[in-house]
Design a protein around this ligand. Structure first.
Ligand code: ZN
Length: 502
């Protein structure tokens, strides 16, 4: 590696270390911190964020970056060196477009917004969160102006999470997906319903559920020497290095499979982070590339793997041994169909995989309307409920089950939701290829063997770290553009069998 690039790398370890410390404080805030710690934590977070921002956007960074750019100018686009410089340039440009006072205001607004959101959700009272959402939306509009955009202010925000993907492209992909989903959802609604009473009406011990989540995480390859699992009301994954990648989960006394799926989902994110090559540590190449790619990993482990028939051929006997009374009269077929039941739900994170994207269509449209001023912050609950009626045929009875259910806006993130559905689309594209490449892939799941899939993902996705955007990676590894077809094919095949559709 050249001298200039080495200097740039060393210089940027400081903001990277600071931001990893920010992540630890955030993790603590969501997992362990007592409620009254919030004000002091807010100050600590804004101080550290401001310090990281100052170093990252300094004159010194600008000079070192320019020198490093000259040094790598002749290197291949996909070399580690050129990729690192390109990623730093993208982050630097994004960060220098934001004035320090905006970063500080954002940090305060979101820390307080998070506390207000939690109270509002507990009290089912949107009014508590409304002024915070107004402030967060205004900050995001300011950010969009700072970043600049050609067509839609939403493009500017989306670009933070999914570079190279535009709002118009998402509209097209979502339209394709809607066109295929609507007849499938209708056919399922007209079919004989699946009985899942034995999930809802029975009591499943939480300690045993916990043990089953740990077992499955180990089996899919999550390394507990480089991670840990805790409980959090809104599960997430966070990493402070490739050697410390933590997951969280949420268990409930009934519907025990949801806790497992939550752990496996976060486990999928964590496998990605644990799979990042060590050579990228403490650089901007360490970590998952984009949110859509990240979500493709969690979704694949959650849906294509942990909700598949072969997966449960292996685990259902184990579950029955853990819950002998609750599952005594439940055969494999009943279990498999029940956990894959398709039914419109108020809560996104509890949605089945078929109706899941409907939740995203609603949020994507609401966010776009908020940004253009077509929708006012005070009218969000009403607009939210109207979308749910239109897409899912249900109206949330209160705002905790409606517009207050997600943490994202309270964290200041607008433009993030579409990446969930992009993740679903990409997961199906990658999985279709993995199935072709790995003979006996799913037969292996039935024996509890997941290493072949993890190895494949490591080779095709994880080892690149943040070198490529999602469109670049799909082009390189699959020779494809993002599309809806593989996801629709996968869902049609799976649910035609489950619901005995014609
Ligand atoms: Zn996720």
């Amino acid at each position: 590696m050249g001298e200039k690039l080495e200097q740039l790398k060393m210089h940027l370890t400081r903001p990277i270390d600071l931001l990893n410390a920010v992540s630890i404080l955030n993790w603590d805030q969501e997992v362990y911190m007592p409620p009254e710690g919030v004000n002091a934590r807010t100050e600590q977070l804004s101080t550290l964020n401001a310090m990281a921002h100052e170093i990252y956007t300094s004159e010194k960074t600008a000079k070192l970056l320019e020198a490093a750019e000259a040094e790598v100018a002749d290197m291949a686009y996909d070399s580690d060196e050129a990729s690192l410089v390109r990623v730093v340039r993208r982050t630097f440009d994004q960060q220098t477009k934001l004035p320090t006072d905006l970063i500080i205001r954002e940090s305060r607004a979101t820390s307080q917004g998070f506390a207000a959101w939690r109270q509002a959700r507990a009290e089912k009272n949107y009014a508590i969160f409304q002024p915070h959402l107004r402030e967060i939306l205004d900050i995001n509009l300011e950010k969009a102006d700072c970043f600049g955009y050609e067509r839609h202010p939403y493009d500017a925000l989306l670009d933070q999470f999914e570079p190279d993907v535009k709002t118009a492209q998402i509209e097209q992909l979502f339209d394709d997906l809607k066109t295929g989903l609507v007849p499938l959802v209708q056919a399922i609604a007209a079919a004989d319903p699946v009985n899942d009473n034995f999930l809802k009406d029975r009591d499943y011990d939480l300690d045993r559920q916990w043990d089953l989540t740990v077992l499955a995480l180990r089996d899919i390859g999550y390394d507990f020497n480089r991670g840990r699992q805790d409980k959090a009301p809104h599960p997430f994954t966070v990493n402070f290095s490739t050697k410390d990648v933590r997951v969280t989960t949420r268990l409930s006394r009934n519907r025990p499979h949801t806790g497992l799926l939550s752990s496996i989902h976060e486990g999928g994110h964590a496998l990605y982070e644990q799979g990042i090559p060590e050579k990228f540590e403490r650089t901007d190449l360490a970590g998952g590339a984009t949110l859509g790619l990240h979500e493709s990993q969690s979704r694949m482990w959650e849906n294509q793997v942990a909700l598949s028939e072969p997966f449960w051929r292996h685990y259902y006997p184990i579950w029955r041994a853990f819950f002998p009374d609750q599952l005594a009269d439940v055969n494999f077929e009943q279990w498999y169909r029940a956990i894959n039941r398709v039914k419109p739900h108020f809560i996104r994170v509890e949605a089945d995989e078929v109706t899941y994207s409907m939740h995203i269509f609603a949020r994507f449209e609401l966010e776009k309307d908020l940004m253009t001023g077509k929708l006012m912050v005070e009218d969000v609950p009403e607009a939210w409920n109207a979308k749910y009626q239109a897409y899912l045929g249900i109206t949330p009875p209160d705002d905790a089950l409606g517009c207050l259910q997600d943490i994202h806006w309270s964290h200041g993130t607008i433009g993030y939701f579409p990446t969930y559905t992009l993740g679903n689309l990409i997961s199906a594209q990658l999985y279709a290829q993995a199935k072709q490449d790995i003979p006996g892939l799913e037969e292996g799941f039935a024996r509890g063997e997941f290493a072949p899939l993890l190895d494949w993902l490591h080779n095709r996705v994880h080892r690149h770290g943040r070198k490529f955007t999602a469109p670049e990676l799909l082009e390189r590894e699959l020779g494809q553009k993002m599309c809806a077809r593989p996801l629709l094919d996968y869902m049609r095949e799976k649910y035609t069998a489950i619901y005995h559709l014609a």
